[in-house]
Design a protein around this ligand. Structure first.
Ligand code: XMP
Length: 519
């Protein structure tokens, strides 16, 4: 394991992804973790991330010098790589000097040469790197030397003469650093001598063993949503424990067109999973009648889901003669990191809650096989397990479903109308080959009517707004610059094929300040 200490950088997760792409397992921990706890993890290497603070700020996180003295099983020193703030914290801890620059350096810089070190193996002497810092190193600690420079920064990368301690001022984890992935791979494989055997197959084998051991002869329930995470979790658990898994899939009346049937076909017929598909649309829609407030909608849907889920598990308990012990969830690593990551001295630590998920009070033990995976890794696991491509590639879909895309009170008729428009929109994205270019795309039903003309008739019908955004994590998003032809075809088809809609708009707002969903 390579341990990454997070000093609060926006790009800490990217460091982890690059290391894993090199086939090396790594974990992110907050920089406030006790040094003994790091030693106990017995890491093969340590990476110190960037961070927003200045090392001399009050309350700025420091590195415990003992972390530079760690040794491996054969007594060999554990290598450390400091990135940006991580470098500055390392240098400060070891007696170097960091100073504020007159101005922040932000953007591309040219690395104009580097020393022969395993860290730079295979990297051209001239290469572009990405800088983003205010402070910089002005004096290296004793025993260190510069191993790379830019025009602006004579100490763009440093290394200790005899110990495996490295630091880079630039950010190798971002794509803007041309050879950054190679540098992190070099650190993991060449400097730390980690075995590059962290692969999808090895993950699956290991998880299956672990799940079997944890579950024993107990029973597991899983709330299947049809999304990537819960679908792949279902496939993995089924492979591990077969009939000891029961999936519960609830139709809340707010799913996309054909979803209820498709999920059943895939998992019941395809995987032979014990799947209980419950049509609870009447319950959900009746509880939602006349409710216009988005947060109120979310609360009602969350509570109704718990009611239906509880009722189903009771039925299951009666059938089995015992209560299922585990609840499986597709929680991903970013959610886990989010709840523990370092947010500066004043920030409180946020507790994780799976949006639209089930509360702990249901009394199950949680099984979260993807707690250490990123979404793209889950996708790879799913592909390996034979989960259909259509599910693997699927855009994220909010727990409350179409409820937050029908502005104002919800009726079944409106949900049907929106489903038709949404299907055409997604269909046009698929046909034009743009579906995979966007993070999320959907239609929103607006609570307005407008005048139109169709043939010789005046119409007075509803409007939909189409939304498509690009994003890497849903935290920020840009409206997708799709070709006009795609927008035009979707608009034409929706107005012609969906009776009740006579106007189509396209949402050109980004997040922030707008959000991805309209409610
Ligand atoms: P916003 O609208 O906040 O959405 O920009 C960011 C991402 O979160 C999804 N989303 C939800 N997911 N329950 C969920 O499970 C919710 O209540 C919810 N609201 C928004 C949204 O689809 C997008 O991917």
């Amino acid at each position: 394991t390579i341990v990454i200490l997070d000093f609060g950088s926006q790009t800490t997760q990217l460091i982890a992804r690059r290391v894993r792409e090199a086939g090396v397992y790594c974990e992110i921990h907050p920089c406030t973790i006790a040094p003994e706890a790091v030693v106990e993890m017995n890491p093969t290497g340590l990476i110190l991330s960037g961070g927003p603070m200045s090392v001399y700020d009050e309350g700025a996180p420091q590195v415990d010098p003992s972390l530079f003295e760690m040794t491996g099983e054969a007594g060999e020193p554990v290598p450390v790589l400091g990135i940006c703030y991580g470098l500055q914290a390392m240098a400060t801890a070891l007696g170097g000097k960091v100073e504020a620059s007159d101005r922040r350096e932000f953007g591309h810089a040219d690395l104009v040469g580097h020393a022969e070190t395993p860290l730079f193996a295979g990297i051209p002497t001239h290469t572009r790197v990405w800088m983003s810092h205010g402070d910089h190193l002005t004096k290296v600690p004793e025993g260190f030397r510069a191993i790379a420079a830019t025009d602006n920064a004579p100490l763009a990368a440093v290394a200790h003469e005899s110990r495996p301690l490295f630091g880079v001022q630039f950010h190798p984890e971002v794509v803007h650093t041309d050879d950054g992935a190679r540098l992190l791979q070099n650190f993991a494989l060449a400097v730390c001598s980690a075995r590059g055997d962290w692969t999808t197959e090895s993950f699956i084998d290991e998880k299956i063993r672990e799940i079997r051991e944890t579950v024993g002869d107990h029973h597991v329930v899983l709330g299947l949503s049809g999304g990537v995470d819960s679908s792949v979790a279902a496939a993995l658990l089924h492979k591990a424990i077969g009939d000891q898994l029961t999936c519960i899939f609830v139709d809340n009346g707010l799913l996309r067109a054909g979803e209820f049937e498709q999920v059943q076909t895939t998992f019941r017929d395809g995987f032979h999973i014990d799947l209980r598909a419950v049509d609870a649309s009447e319950l959900f829609l009746s509880r939602l009648a006349d409710v216009a407030d988005p947060e109120e909608k979310r609360k009602i849907i969350g509570a109704a889901f718990i009611d239906v889920f509880t009722e189903e598990t009771h039925k299951l308990e009666e059938e089995l003669g015992h209560r299922p012990k585990f609840l499986a969830q597709g929680t991903l690593y970013p959610d886990v990191i989010e709840s523990v990551s370092f947010k500066g001295p004043s920030a409180t630590i946020k507790s994780h809650h799976n949006v639209g998920g089930l509360p702990e009070k249901l009394g199950f033990e949680l099984l979260e096989p993807f707690r250490e995976l990123f979404k793209d890794e889950v996708r790879e696991v799913g592909t390996e397990l034979g989960v259909p491509d259509a599910i693997i590639r699927r855009h994220p879909f909010p727990g409350p479903g179409l409820a937050v895309r029908i502005l104002g009170p919800i009726t079944r008729a409106d949900a049907d109308l929106l489903r038709q428009a949404d299907t055409i929109w997604l269909d046009e994205l698929e046909t034009s080959g743009t579906y995979d270019d966007v993070w999320q795309a959907f239609a929103v039903l607006l609570p307005v009517k407008s005048v139109g003309v169709m043939g010789d008739y005046r119409t007075y019908e509803q409007a939909v707004c189409l939304r498509a955004v690009t994003s890497t994590d849903g935290m920020t998003a840009d409206w997708a610059k799709l070709p006009y032809e795609v927008l035009g075809r979707a608009s034409n088809r929706i107005i012609n094929e969906v009776r009740g809609i006579n106007r189509v708009a396209y949402d050109v707002s980004s997040k922030p300040p707008a959000t991805i969903e309209w409610e």
